[in-house]
Design a protein around this ligand. Structure first.
Ligand SMILES: NC(=O)c1ccc[n+]([C@@H]2O[C@H](COP(=O)([O-])OP(=O)(O)OC[C@H]3O[C@@H](n4cnc5c(N)ncnc54)[C@H](O)[C@@H]3O)[C@@H](O)[C@H]2O)c1
Length: 317
């Protein structure tokens, strides 16, 4: 076992589990703190060098179970991440995403540990629809204007982290991945999981349902590219406080459905929260490219193929 130990909060979740795999492959032992509210123990089957602690970032007793003195880096991914659910339950999003982040930041300050959090492209909100952002992609220089409690709670977390950088000289890195997809992503109608939802329905011969008219455009990032981005960001010195990660290419949800479907019907249905829909999210990752020498390795077609094969393997198990 290596003596390079890092903490990954939310490590039993979708992105967290692939990040832990990337860390194991690079000789890091991962300590995972996850309350399993959305993560799954099964997601840890891809790992070979980890310690799992079931607990919440909101609970001091759980935080005391972590060997902070032995940890060299903290990747903070634990969060609630469903835009629609956040409109119905804003209070719990503020608690977990803002206050929970603050709890982890406090530990990093006390033990002088570098802190990286996964924020989200949803902090840009309406600014992502401005003309230069839809053509060149939205860069970190653009303003933020979240249109959901989810986006607002992540922006609040970012702001607390930035204040720790200036107040206490804490090492802070804020990653803003765009829509990430791949194996381990929930397909239980969570908005972020549109690709696994469509893939599963396509395989099972069910209808592909779309909220609204399907003209909303998204920039999809394969989860292994996202994990590599987080790793590179953490391990590169003198990086900007905030970095975007995305493919720089967009596809409309209706075209995505046509790409994935076989003999399925596509059904347009009423949007439950049209006021919080962002019509275009296109990433400009130039800063990540120049600072980390990072760019995504997977095309959408390659990612879809790998994700589909994985879903089929799960169904055959
Ligand atoms: N999936 C995306 O497209 C996407 C895009 C940008 C940013 N993000 C961010 O990446 C991170 C991971 O998202 P994901 O898509 O893997 O979602 P996920 O739900 O699979 O992972 C989040 C994990 O956090 C855990 N968690 C939730 N509340 C907790 C608490 N109080 N204490 C401890 N653990 C808790 C969950 O059980 C889950 O395992 C989140 O911070 C999310 O905001 C996701």
């Amino acid at each position: 076992m290596t003596n390079k130990k890092v903490l990954v909060t939310g490590g039993a979740g979708f992105i967290g589990s692939w990040l832990c795999k990337h860390l194991n492959d690079n000789d890091y032992h991962t300590i995972i703190l996850d309350d399993l509210s959305f993560g799954k123990k099964n997601n840890l089957n891809i790992l070979d060098d980890y310690t799992f602690i079931k607990g919440s970032i909101l609970n001091d007793n759980d935080l005391d179970k972590i060997p902070w003195n032995n940890i060299t880096q903290v990747y903070h991914l634990a969060a609630l991440g469903d835009v629609h659910d956040s409109l119905d339950n804003p209070k719990k999003y503020m608690a977990v995403n803002a206050n929970g982040t603050h709890n982890i930041l406090e530990k990093c300050r006390e033990f002088k540990i570098p802190f990286l959090m996964t924020s989200t492209c949803m902090v840009y909100g309406l600014h992502a629809q401005y003309e230069d952002a839809t053509t060149n992609g939205i860069s970190e220089a653009h303003n933020t204007l979240p249109v959901s409690p989810y986006g607002a709670s992540k922006l609040a977390a970012e702001q607390i982290a930035i204040s720790y950088h200036y107040s206490y000289q804490s090492t802070i890195k804020i990653a803003r991945p765009f829509n990430t997809y791949g194996p381990h992503q929930a397909s239980n109608n969570k908005e972020g999981g549109v690709i696994p939802i469509f893939l599963e329905k396509s395989i099972n011969g069910e209808d592909l349902k779309i909220f609204g008219d399907g003209t909303q455009n998204r920039d999809f990032l394969y989860v292994k590219d996202c994990a590599n981005f987080l790793y590179q960001y953490m391990n590169t010195k003198d990086t900007p406080l905030i970095l975007n990660a995305g493919s720089g290419k967009t596809i409309s949800i209706i075209n995505l459905a046509h790409k994935i479907k076989s003999n399925n019907q596509i059904i347009l249905q009423e949007h439950p929260h049209p006021q919080s829909e962002i019509m275009v999210l296109k990433c400009n990752s130039d800063l990540a490219k120049s600072n980390l020498n990072w760019s995504p390795q997977y095309t959408l077609d390659q990612g879809l193929l790998e994700n589909k094969q994985w879903i089929k393997e799960q169904q055959n198990d």
